[in-house]
Design a protein around this ligand. Sequence first.
Ligand code: OSB
Ligand code: MG
Length: 371
Amino acid sequence: MRITRITLFEVSLPLLHSFETSSHRKSGLRHILVRAVDDDGRTGWGEIASPTDPYYTSEITDTAWSVAERYITPAALGTEWDEPAALESTWSKVRGHEFTKAGFSAAAWDLHARAQERSLASVLGGTRTEVVAGVSLGIEPSIDELLTQVERQVSAGYPRIKLKIAPGWDAEPVRAVRSHYPDLDLHVDANGAYPDTAESAEILRALDEQSLTMIEQPYEPRDFPAHARLQRRIGTPVCLDESVVDLADLRTMIELDAGRVLNIKVSRMGGLLAARRAHDVARDAGIPVWCGGMHEFGVGRAANVAISSLPNFTLPSDVSGSAKYYARDVITSPVVAVNGVVAVPDGPGIGYDVDVEWVRQNTVRTADLTI
Ligand code: OSB
Ligand code: MG
């Protein structure tokens, strides 16, 4: 197969409820949709879910646009390939820019699955027909408002809640939620906000007493030893997110015992192939995984649902229904969670149809490249 045309759409959508992490607050997203057309006229879609600001990682929408247009599109256009791995190897010499690569990887996998009239989940090796979704709640202005958000999501049927924490917003809100919901599957995510100090260790030890499923990324991404020291001191599993960008990072995590759970984000790892490899390496090391989200629109969310159907995705993934995020998603029928469960589509490719008219109406920048 050969990709003969690639169109990039930078799409801007407001979030229904603004989201604050340890680094910043956002009320909308600008993601880039990648549409790839092959020489048989089939279409594949992927999403570059890069944040607009460099606080989660160094990549931003504007660098993604530039790298997509100048490097990845030219590498992908016109290349003859059979397996997505062959196409992905054409841009492997580009260092970093994982979110950008992930958008193209997903479009290639969507095309590949459609060419075989199979679902994306099945070509990836997925075995589940449904996946359990959790929700991620941002930092709220008050504990009361946080409790309102938790109540809303628990009543919607979501079985797992993750709370964003940061110095100054940690033990107290977590204790409040825990005391209202003694049996809830609850975890926290600091996005690397804690300095490696005795004071942080004290706070994290207090959180260790709240029966959390995991404490995600307390320390800065490259500090594997700090995570390993923490993991030795607490019973709660440490989960790594930002720290693990490639398989070498994952091996470092395993060798140092710097965490016992892995958050696999397709975007952060550079695509579906890398995400699947990380799944396999983690499985062999006895590390359970779940799929993290970046507030994806429906195209990226569909890829997250597909990868979450692999067997070692044993913990709830951040694949909440579209309605948690957007008034109207970019796919014609939104991703729906019923009692916290999302059905894995069995139609061809990502299994959702893109609402191209809605995409165009919300596009702020576009590029159309052909061979
Ligand atoms: O750490 O998982 C994270 C959003 C932006 C940046 C980092 C993270 C997140 C989320 C979003 O938690 C989860 C979702 O998409 O539902
Ligand atoms: Mg995280």
